[in-house]
Design a protein around this ligand. Structure first.
Ligand code: ACO
Length: 708
């Protein structure tokens, strides 16, 4: 037994071993983490002699005479904790935990001696990681569910709160238990977090003289990653076991929504690129909406250049300085909060989907309700076959065989069960109803889509689109940003709608010899943009449209100003420049024609000469240097009615034919369109035309001949 008294009696230190102030029969030691506290006051007569030494009890506390009652109570509180920790040290079997208990025991004992406040000094002070788990989960709710109507959003918020509560009372596994379960884990990192958790969150639950923090507020993604998988499994198991005891109003929440919520959260917790863990998540998130809106508004209202769908916004872009005509964030927030019309937005329980719904909307809702599930599965030579996975692979083999009758069944079976191939499978009621079989070539920077099919009675319901969107997100996570596939003649339309084109971005040398070539099929490719959340994309677009509509309405309301009629015509003026009409610019009107027309012919000549020279020197200009030779391109002049080339343009420039920039641009454009008309997209010529065209537009913008 340790001597509490020693701490109160410095003068008798070492000699006095008494424990006379306390009961001979102490209450049994309570088990962690919520032990019953010793509540009953201990009645002691200070004149009584100490049971273990010759002093009177009062002698032991003389140094406390001038200490306030409140302080004495605080110190007594610490004493109780010291005593409890002492028992914990003795009972604890795990070495790491024991060590922490002992350190805390020493710390509290020192506090009693010095009448100080306990501060765990050896560890960094909290918070240990930012954003915190709580912030990350809140960002997740915003990121994935902000489009829902408020009632459904409330349900999600409830789930998030429930989840955060669970973490705050979660018993972490000890470092040695974890090492056994996940031998490859960063053991040292886990031990540090475990120690911090014991000192700041767990022990203070039963030793309230130690300051207590919520796990979710001082830890971030690293700790969440180390507990999530086990926690998710245990929570779901517990929910299943207790399902009959759940109150009816909680049943759907816990049995239906919670598993889905956890699966979606799991993806964000383990993803390397999830934005919810970015410290400036809110800024990036809103900025993205804002920037897209600004571009669209500039396109709609001010005659500015619209953003092409092929130029998505990257996170870097959104972080750049604001553009002219930018809209303040507060305004965007305000507009977002006014968008309340449920029919204008997508909602999870919309049973009658409108005619304008996105193709994947129904599938997304079904997934959210847990009606359908998506899993990436495959056969493995090193792992023991899992019966369910094998059943699903057989199901996939069946769907592919039925939907792709021209493919030999044995061939499908071989690839579906080949360990190098994986299949994103779509499961409904436990059965496979569709899938995309693919093979990743990470070193070559692309993935080959081998088979893609949805069972007949489930087609054209949006499953194909949603499958492809999931596949895109899966690949972004694995940092492969190109898909290639040989599409059947009948499936070209479907692939086009999923963003595939015949213009292949992957260099031929990267895929020839890797991808399987199918006779009669067309090679198509799709380049992924890692900043697009594909499965949510149509929802985001819909939300942006609403924001833009509101912003336009506001802008219109602001400029509704009546100017007096023009009087100049009465005064005999026959014509005035349009831009001089009062108010015309406020409506967003801009002079027709982009860019400046250079008035000085010599200045125009030298600008065009300079541009033409640069285009001719470009490495992709070689196919266009001279007119196409008939013998080298059979039938060329039957297909191309207005040929053009860089030599002809040079001659035209010399003869001062280009009196306006438009004439020059029209000829140059013709070179590119002719090339794309005559040559197949996968040809070198076609690619040269695309690259040279891009270069040309950069140069012409630099020269100020068109707006930047
Ligand atoms: N041709 C043209 N458009 C199509 C086709 C098609 N064959 N199939 C679907 N679409 C359109 C849909 O009408 C829809 O367009 P919309 O949004 O404008 O209405 C869009 O593509 C997506 O429709 P979803 O409902 O999302 O797709 P679905 O669930 O029907 O799945 C799929 C599409 C996989 C092609 C399915 O129709 C199928 O299994 N077909 C038979 C098998 C097949 O041809 N597979 C592809 C072979 S190529 C290969 O595997 C590499």
């Amino acid at each position: 037994n340790y001597c509490v008294q020693r701490t109160f009696l410095p003068q008798a230190e070492g000699a006095c071993k008494c424990n006379g102030w306390k009961s001979q029969n102490p209450p049994p030691t309570p088990p962690p983490p919520t032990p019953p506290r010793i509540e009953q006051p201990i009645a002691v007569n200070l004149l009584e002699p100490c049971r273990s030494c010759s002093h009177s009890l009062g002698d032991h506390v003389t140094h406390l005479e001038n200490v306030s009652e409140e302080e004495v109570n605080r110190l007594l509180g610490i004493v109780v904790d010291v005593e409890y920790l002492y028992t914990c040290v003795h009972k604890e079997e795990d070495a790491d935990t024991k060590q922490v208990y002992f350190s805390l025991f020493k710390l509290l004992r020192k506090c009693v001696l010095q009448m100080g406040k306990p501060v765990v000094e050896a560890l960094e002070s909290p918070p240990f990681e930012k954003p915190s788990i709580e912030q990350g989960v809140n960002n997740f709710v915003q990121y994935k569910f902000s489009h829902l109507p408020s009632k459904e959003r409330q349900t999600i918020v409830e789930l998030a709160t429930m989840f955060l509560n669970q973490i705050n009372y979660w018993q972490l596994e000890t470092p040695s238990q974890r090492k056994q379960r996940v031998p490859t884990d960063d053991a040292a990192g886990y031990k540090i977090n475990y120690t911090r958790w014991l000192c700041y969150c767990n022990v203070p639950l039963f030793c309230d003289s130690l300051p207590r923090y919520e796990t979710t507020q001082i830890f971030g993604r690293t700790l969440l990653r180390s507990v999530f998988t086990v926690m998710r499994k245990q929570l779901l198991e517990q929910a299943r076991q207790e399902k009959d005891k759940l109150p009816p109003e909680k049943r759907t929440l816990i049995l239906t929504h919670f598993p889905k919520f956890l699966s979606m959260l799991e993806e964000e917790v383990y993803s390397c690129s999830s934005p919810i863990w970015s410290e400036d998540f809110m800024l990036v998130y809103l900025n993205q909406i804002l920037q897209i809106s600004v571009f669209m508004i500039m396109g709609v209202c001010e005659g500015g250049e619209k953003r092409k769908s092929s130029e998505p916004l990257s996170h870097e872009y959104t972080k750049k300085s604001r553009v002219i005509g930018d809209i303040p964030m507060e305004l965007i927030n305000e507009v977002m909060s006014t968008i309340t019309d449920p029919t204008a937005m997508l909602g999870p329980e919309t049973s009658l989907l409108s005619a304008h719904s996105a193709r994947d909307e129904a599938a997304r809702l079904e997934e959210r309700r847990g009606v359908i599930e998506f899993h990436v599965i495959g056969n493995s030579l090193n792992q023991k076959p899992n019966k369910k996975i094998l059943m699903w692979l057989v199901g996939l083999q069946n769907v592919f065989s039925h939907q792709l009758p021209r493919m030999p069944k044995e061939y499908i079976t071989r690839l579906v069960f080949d360990p190098y191939h994986k299949t994103l499978s779509l499961i409904k009621d436990g059965r496979v109803i569709g899938g995309i079989c693919f093979r990743m070539f990470p070193s070559q920077g692309f993935t080959e889509i081998v088979f893609c099919a949805v069972t007949s009675n489930e087609q054209v319901k949006g499953y194909g689109t949603h499958l492809m969107n999931h596949l895109k997100e899966y690949h972004i996570k694995h940092e492969i940003l190109n898909f290639l596939t040989y599409a059947d003649e009948y499936a070209i339309g479907y692939f086009k709608k999923q963003g595939f084109s015949k213009d292949i971005k992957v260099p031929k040398a990267k895929y020839v010899g890797y991808i399987k070539d199918y006779e009669g099929a067309t090679l198509m490719g799709c380049e992924l943009n890692p900043s697009i959340p594909y499965t949510e994309f149509s929802v985001i677009i819909k939300k942006q449209k609403e924001i833009i509509k509101k912003l336009i309405e506001r802008k219109q309301a602001q400029i509704r100003k009546v100017y007096p009629g023009l009087s100049c015509f009465k005064e005999g003026v026959r014509q005035i420049p349009i831009e001089s009409i009062p108010g015309i610019r406020e409506t967003g009107w801009k002079p027709v024609g982009k860019g400046k027309e250079v008035k000085d012919p010599d200045q125009l000549y030298s600008s065009l000469k300079n541009i033409l020279q640069q285009v001719k020197s470009h490495q992709n200009a070689w196919p266009f240097m001279e007119p196409v030779k008939k013998n080298e391109a059979p039938g060329y002049y039957q297909v191309i009615r207005f040929p053009m080339d860089l030599k002809t343009m040079t001659e035209r420039l010399k003869s001062r034919y280009y009196t306006t920039r438009k004439l020059f641009m029209a000829d140059m454009q013709r070179i590119f369109t002719n090339c794309r008309e005559y040559n197949p997209p996968e040809s070198e010529y076609y690619k040269c035309a695309n690259l040279l065209e891009k270069f040309f537009y950069v140069k012409i913008k630099e020269a100020g001949l068109i707006d930047k």
